[in-house]
Ligand binder design. Structure first.
Ligand code: FE
Length: 196
């Protein structure tokens, strides 16, 4: 039985940057929906008692899609957080150093990531991963996940599926990406960086 991981914040806490309504749909309909679907699909199968990561590595088709979407969404939701002090989402020293080394500067990284997010065709995810000693921005289609990309260490992701931005921004994916930078949980990314 796979469960929906809880979040460290409430769904309305990201307002006004991400509306409560958008978060409620994203968490309660989509993220929770993948959990519900997956549990139905694995019932009575060899996947029933496996950890989520194991299911993702072994399964194909609908079981893979639902499992990977659970994992991707958990990473995404942990990668954002409210900044109740009025916008203190400044990057940590570790992140500034990392992004300068691999992308020239934090701003250049954000520009490249945003650009990749705007250009990804259809549904999928934009990831910053650390692989073979390098920071890389990669687009993944549909439910694809860096968990299957060699020894990649995922650092940050943004959800390019329309359900992530249509409620607040309609078809304006660029505006949603702009908003994303205001709620990035740089502290969480700093934790991921410790694994590089
Ligand atoms: Fe999503």
């Amino acid at each position: 039985m796979i469960t929906l991981p809880s979040l460290s914040y409430s769904l309305g806490d990201l307002e006004p940057i991400i509306s409560k309504e958008a978060m409620e749909f994203h968490r309660n309909k989509h993220h929770a929906g993948y959990v519900k679907n997956l549990n139905k699909l694995i019932e009575g199968t060899k996947y029933e008692d496996l950890e989520l990561e194991e299911i993702i590595k072994k399964a194909k088709g609908p079981i893979f899609n639902n499992a990977a979407q659970i994992w991707n969404h958990t990473f995404y939701f942990e990668g954002i957080a409210p900044h109740p002090d009025g916008g203190d989402n400044s990057v940590t020293n570790e992140i500034t150093e990392y992004l300068a080394e691999h992308f020239g500067s934090a701003q250049k990284f954000m520009d490249q990531f945003t650009d990749a997010g705007k250009k990804l065709f259809g549904s999928g995810w934009i990831w910053l991963i650390h692989e073979e000693g390098k920071g890389k921005i990669l687009g993944y289609n549909n439910a694809e996940t860096p968990l299957l990309t060699g020894d990649a260490i995922p650092l940050l992701t943004w959800d390019c599926w329309e359900h992530n931005y249509y409620i607040d921004h309609r078809n304006d994916r660029a505006a949603a990406l702009e908003a994303f930078w205001k709620v990035v949980n740089w502290g969480k990314m700093t934790e991921h960086l410790e694994n590089t």
